[in-house]
Ligand binder design. Structure first.
Ligand code: HEM
Length: 500
């Protein structure tokens, strides 16, 4: 009797397992294939095409294939061409040729609308609705890096964070930070001068790490009231964390495997904990200086939330600022110096301008404002080598932009370089370095996106521009920049681009 009962129980258990497995398979099939197919069909009805995805990874295999083919394609014979797209993102170029400037593709169950048509981009720029948010693609994988900080938040949470952070980067606040920035840049240039003197007059300097240290020092001192020495560990851990979460794991994202204690996940969680602890240490030691950190702390303490939530709010937003302001400025400075090295006529112009404007006096906010040639050089650098490869958005509700119906849940990606190198917008010399194009009013206003677009545009734009002008003007007034073009046309810092 007992044995019959056991056998029955086993049968019921097995049947339940079978039903569970079948339901899970059906659920996965529905979310990974049926839902994305429905979204894609909606675009096809509007005449928007794109490469055919395959189950379950979408177009990821096509992307890998195009990159492999690109690697074996002939290069431009040592000539520097200011267009990294065929080498880095060849699949987008191929699809754009096949399907036009607006097309779809998918990665796993995430559907993307790739947009490089000026009217759609303009509408994205002008859209202030909270229904247009940041893309949540790989949000879970990137959680240890960004948490719920401003870079990835949406809706009311984001509006609240922007309200706290934006005033700390208003023009008058940035003016008050100029002396600290000059001090950091001077330390860097003096260290180079000492090295050059020691070597007898000329020296090859690999600038990447030094420029990163400058950018980190500036953020640490101006925003957090601590020196780079204290902030250094945070930056190093954040870079490690960025590397740990940078390889997209679409399967983990779709299936929930991201919660499993795999080796990679444990590494990311460990680094996240360390950064969390380091930031709270800086908070404990922070003084009464009025800076960004104080504004974030004030907001956390006036929100009636528990200690843990308040701590997470502080840490996630500090991490976002450390991340947003560090690499992007260093990458831009490296590209700018390389371009000036390649174009000695512009280097001379900038040098003469700096000497004329400063006349031997220390740099201040007024002199920065007068440096028109340097401003144009930085604008042109950001056009040719934007630090953010894409402006990424997501339709949080159904939207209509530039006449295109975009269903809820679709990721919208604007390829910044494609907008910046479009000869229809910038003329036949779009791929050439010509800062003079910024000397007159720009008809391409909505298609120039180095600092992003519209309601989510970069909050540190004025801060970054001041920081870059100070660094470049001090370097150029003392040093003659020459890239080791024959050896390496690209600064290694600059080889990384980010999607915010
Ligand atoms: C040359 C340097 C920089 C470049 C090229 C740059 C570029 C960008 C881009 C492309 C975005 C995304 C905008 C969008 O999605 O529309 C962004 C966002 C942001 N940046 Fe920057 N950035 C730079 C420096 C900085 C600095 C120095 C800070 C602060 C210290 C900063 C703070 C932010 C913040 C807080 C956001 C998030 C805004 C939001 O999501 O609402 N950035 N930046």
């Amino acid at each position: 009797m007992m044995e019959v009962g056991m056998a029955m129980a086993m049968k019921v258990l097995l049947s339940l397992c079978c039903v569970g497995a079948c339901s899970l398979a059906l659920y996965l099939y529905h979310t990974v294939w049926v839902v994305p197919q429905r979204l894609l069909a909606g675009f096809r009805r509007q005449g928007i095409g794109g490469p055919r995805p395959s189950f379950p990874y979408g177009n990821i295999a096509d992307m890998r294939e195009a990159v492999a083919a690109g690697k074996s394609a002939p290069r431009a014979g040592g000539r520097i061409v200011h267009d990294y797209r065929p080498a880095v993102l060849p699949f987008y170029e191929k699809w754009r040729k096949e399907h036009g400037p607006v097309f779809t593709y998918s990665m796993g169950n995430a559907v993307f609308l790739h947009v490089s048509r000026a009217d759609v981009v303009r509408d994205i720029n002008l859209c202030v609705s909270l229904d247009l948010g940041k893309s949540s693609y790989l949000k879970a994988t990137h959680e240890p890096l960004f948490g719920r900080g401003i870079l990835k938040s949406n809706g009311e949470a984001c509006a609240h964070q922007r309200k706290i952070i934006a005033p700390e980067f208003f023009l008058d606040k940035v003016k008050g930070m100029v002396d600290l920035m000059v001090d950091s840049a001077q330390t860097l240039v003096e260290s180079w001068e000492a090295r050059v003197d020691k070597s007898g007059g000329t020296l090859d300097i690999k600038i990447d790490d030094d420029i990163r240290a400058y950018s980190a020092d500036v953020i640490s001192r101006t925003c957090f009231g601590s020196s780079y020495v204290k902030g250094k560990k945070i930056f190093l851990k954040l870079r490690e964390l960025q590397k740990a979460v940078s390889k997209p794991n679409v399967l983990a994202e779709m299936t929930g495997l991201r919660f499993f204690p795999t080796k990679k996940n444990r590494q990311a969680w460990g680094l996240h904990k360390q950064v969390h602890r380091l930031i709270l240490e800086i908070v404990k030691e922070s003084g009464e200086d009025k800076n960004l950190l104080r504004a974030i702390l004030h907001s956390a303490s006036s929100n009636k939330v528990g200690l843990r939530e308040a701590e997470n709010f502080i840490v996630d937003n500090c991490k976002s600022i450390y991340f947003a302001g560090y690499e992007s400025t260093a990458v831009t400075a490296a590209w700018c110096l390389m371009l000036l090295g390649l174009h000695p006529e512009w280097q001379d112009r900038v040098r003469q301008e700096v000497l004329h404007v400063c006349g031997g006096r220390p740099l201040d906010s007024q002199s920065l404002h007068k440096m028109k040639n340097l401003t144009m050089v930085i604008q042109e650098t950001l056009r040719l080598y934007p630090a953010g490869a894409f402006v990424s958005r997501m339709a949080l509700e159904e939207l209509k932009l530039g006449g295109v119906h975009i269903p809820k849940g679709v990721n919208i990606y604007i390829p910044v370089s494609t907008m910046h190198l479009d000869p229809k917008l910038w003329g036949p010399d779009a791929k050439e370095f010509n800062p003079a194009r910024f000397s007159h009013a720009r008809p391409q206003l909505h298609s120039y996106l180095p600092f992003g677009a519209g309601a989510r545009t970069c909050l540190g734009q004025g801060f970054a521009t001041a920081e870059l002008k100070i660094l470049i003007s001090l370097i150029i007034s003392k040093v003659c920049a020459q890239p080791l073009a024959a050896l390496s046309p690209f600064p290694s810092t600059a080889s990384s681009t980010t999607t915010y």
